[in-house]
Design a protein around this ligand. Sequence first.
Ligand code: SDX
Length: 393
Amino acid sequence: GLDVFTYDPGFTSTASCESAITFIDGDKGELLHRGYPIEQLAEQSCFLEVCYLLLYGDLPSKAQMDDFRNTVTRHTMVHEQMHNFFRGFRRDAHPMATMVGVVGAMSAFYHDSTDITDPHQREVASFRLIAKLPTIAAMAYKYSIGQPFVYPRNDLDYASNFLHMCFSVPAETYEVNPVLAKAMDRIMMLHADHEQNASTSTVRLAGSSGANPFACIAAGIACLWGPAHGGANQACLEMLREIGSVDRIPEYIEKAKDKNDPFRLMGFGHRVYKNFDPRAKVMKESADEVLELMGIHDNPTLQVAKELERIALEDDYFISKKLYPNVDFYSGIILDAMGFPTAMFTPIFALSRTVGWISQWKEMISDPALKIGRPRQLYTGPARRDYTDLSSR
Ligand code: SDX
């Protein structure tokens, strides 16, 4: 009768913790951040305002928003010595590998924001992570393509700055297209937080031991990288390209249904949503908008995605298993149209989710009743037995 899945602080196999940040109703396909529907935030807010909402619980006043934006803006550069870390990696390293390493290395630099018992240091660590993750992700991209690092610009908004750091080169300035910047900002909003997903639970578990906040976020990045989680956006676009044309879709639908075939439709299904992922709906609209702007009218990948979604949603297997497109199904099409290689899709997910990880970490670490997370197990090994000498084995 021992409930082996229950351990302090109130972590259980189903509800891993209490949190006031994000609410998901998987059956209704509802996602709320501090009570605000994601559809309204995606339409009317901006990523930095959603960061403020997630961190502090309410939408900011103008003065609060200006102050928050100024503080983030003044933390966007990384310590110049951190440039050396990139040079230790192979050029063909996956940018997620680089990000795990460099974000972890922040714990060796920013000593004045690692005492998690000091609320001010927790704030500084939070600002540094939100501000520097785009810079580090852009540096990982530049390093992978052999181009020089581009410094952030304080006159650009958060999403425009990221595009600038990724696509500007010393030989010519990259003019940020405002529609692409808004699409990038919307992608960041749609990925900001998502309750107790695997990478957020990783950050919470690591943080519950009092570990260095930068090391905890590096752990979250490592977990997000998996193709069943944040790595699905890269895997999904690569799958859509492999399918290549709508007449090959039935073959892949059958593969996805074959229990003996490890193939999964990437960007489909979810641990919680048994209805449409509300983020996927917004992402789909954004994909149409961005491709229209880019003058890409007959994008074969988008055609395959839309036809695959239509066929799957009419297929008895997918209906019975309640499988719908998730946040990763359309995001890659937008990022590809913007000029990003597939290897940069998950780093963009990671830099967007950093505010969710930090908000959840801060919520947990500031709980005076916090105890270290200590999952239990259901033991299935041999019963107690005595050692036997080698000579008798
Ligand atoms: C993210 O947790 C979060 O909130 C994550 C996330 C976030 O914002 O943090 O939303 C981001 O990670 C989204 C998910 C991205 N991953 C993918 O798109 C990869 C493809 N999807 C699957 O691997 C899968 O759907 C999971 C891992 C996401 C969920 O897998 P589960 O837990 O098996 O899902 P389920 O229990 O609802 O599956 C029901 C059935 C199972 O078959 P049976 O055991 O009942 O026979 O459907 C099958 C699954 O095998 N199934 C699929 C499928 N997903 C589930 N079959 C074919 N293709 C798929 N994509």
